[in-house]
Every structure is written in C-alpha cells, then in structure tokens.
Design a protein around this ligand. Structure first.
Ligand SMILES: [Zn+2]
Length: 259
C-alpha cells in the first residue's frame, strides 16, 4: 500500500480489528448500490470514503429539487441530471482511488442477476417492495450478501441477509411478498432527512463488516429506529424453512462436490 493510501485510510488501519489487511480487502471489493437517493447517498459516500475499490451505482431517476432535503450525494449543480451520474461525480471528487460506475437504468430481473454476480456485497437502497424482492431473489440465486435498508416518515429499518451462509434468512423470510401490502412512499408521506442518513450509514457500516469480516453483522436481526422518540430496537428472526424465495437455495459454491 502506498503512502497516499496509508495516510488516507490511516484512521481505519489504526483499528485493531481493521488493520492493513481489512483495508486491502476493501480496496479489492466491489459494492453494488441499488438506489442513489436518500439511503444510497450516505451509503455510497461512506463506502467511497472508506476506499471500497469498485462501486456500481444504479438509479434511473433524475435529481429534483425536492430530493436535496435528504439526498446528500447531490447538489444544485446536479438538478436535472441522472442521479447515478451526479452521484458518480460526487464519489470521484471525494476519492479518486475508487472506480465508480454509473448505471442509469432500472434493472430488471435478468440484469439484476448479472449485476449481482460480479458484486461482493449488495446494498438495497431502493424505495419499493417490487425492487426489494427482485434484489433479494438475485442475491439468493447468486448467494451474495445483501444489506437492506428502508426509511419512511420517522421510521427506519436495516438488516443483513448473508446469503453466502446456508442457514441465514433472506429478505423474503422476514417480509413475505404479498399483493395487499400498502406501500408508503416518501413522495407522498414525507421522511425526516437525517433519518435516511442514519439508516444509510448503518448500511455502509454493515457492508464494510461484510467485506472485511470484522465483528458481527445484523444477520438474523432487524434493527429499527423510531427517530421521533429516538429509540432503537432489535428483533431476532430466523430463516423460514418454507420461504418460496430461498427454500430451494442453490448449494454453496464452496460446498464439496455433490454436497
Ligand atoms: Zn427466505
């Protein structure tokens, strides 16, 4: 590692759990971030600042004035530009050490599966159930760790679905897909700006832990925050053996032949 990197990442390298080894893992890693909005903004900024070597930022939306109340990846100069491209430029300005790829598209099921294959960690920073479930299915199929966050009004939630692990639950185990779920959208209900910062930052921290192997991630735990009262809660959950999304999970790549 050269001097510039040793200096840039010194405060991480100083951590015993992190060290140069942890930093090198980050530099070699690829994070796929779906959504460059409220959650994707802090998640992408922290991962770029931390030196995650490759970041793919996916969003088909454009930057609007009403986004700037919380989507800190974008600024006035980005108004009218695709969020993925505005975000890419912000990340490059922050850390030219990181290769950032902007995808201005809404990934369909097939494209998602292709994109996920190439990632070491996937961050779901999207804003709707259909996309969340599609990302989950892609991560189950490719056995990739998924860090999923959500925030609406004053409520936030985040968890990790480490699908490299045979016994870990998937997103669908916790949030079964159904037609009668009433979907709340920030556009119609509002959301506290710093709340998405809190949730997106937790996602970045969990992604760094997934990549480096430090500590314990939120696997099997849903972390919730009520920002109006500023109370955090954790509930535990297990894999649903009958989950239609993951019950017939492909065997681990590292499993023995025939296992
Ligand atoms: Zn499942």
């Amino acid at each position: 590692m050269d001097d510039a990197r040793l200096t840039r990442y010194a405060r991480h390298i100083l951590l015993d759990e992190f060290g140069i080894e942890g930093q090198e893992r980050l530099l070699a890693a690829h994070a796929l971030i779906v959504g460059a909005g409220g959650l994707g903004s802090p998640a992408a900024l922290y991962l770029a600042a931390a030196g995650v070597g490759r970041i793919t930022l996916v969003d088909d939306d454009i930057v609007e004035l009403s986004n700037l109340q919380r989507q800190i990846l974008h600024d006035m100069a980005g108004l009218g530009r695709p969020k993925a491209e505005s975000g890419r430029d912000a990340l490059r300005a922050l850390n030219p050490d990181v290769q950032v790829r902007a995808l201005v598209e809404r990934l369909d099921e097939t494209r998602l599966r292709e994109r996920v294959l190439d990632a070491d960690v996937v961050l779901d920073c999207s804003d709707n159930f259909a996309t969340r479930h599609a990302i989950n299915r892609a991560c189950v199929a490719a056995r990739k760790p998924l860090v999923s966050g959500a925030a609406i009004k004053f409520s936030g939630q985040v968890s990790v679905y480490d699908l490299r692990d045979e016994t870990a639950p998937c997103y669908h185990c916790l949030f079964p897909e159904s037609d009668d779920v009433e979907e709340l959208r920030c556009a119609t209900t509002g959301v506290l700006g710093p709340l998405v910062g809190m949730v997106g930052s937790v996602q970045a921290a969990e992604a760094i832990k997934v990549i480096t192997g430090m500590g314990e991630t939120l696997v099997g735990r849903l972390l919730s925050v009520d920002a109006l009262r500023m109370q955090w809660h954790t509930i535990r959950f297990r894999r649903d053996p009958d989950c239609p999304a993951c019950a017939r999970r492909a065997p681990a790549a590292a499993a023995s032949p025939g296992g």
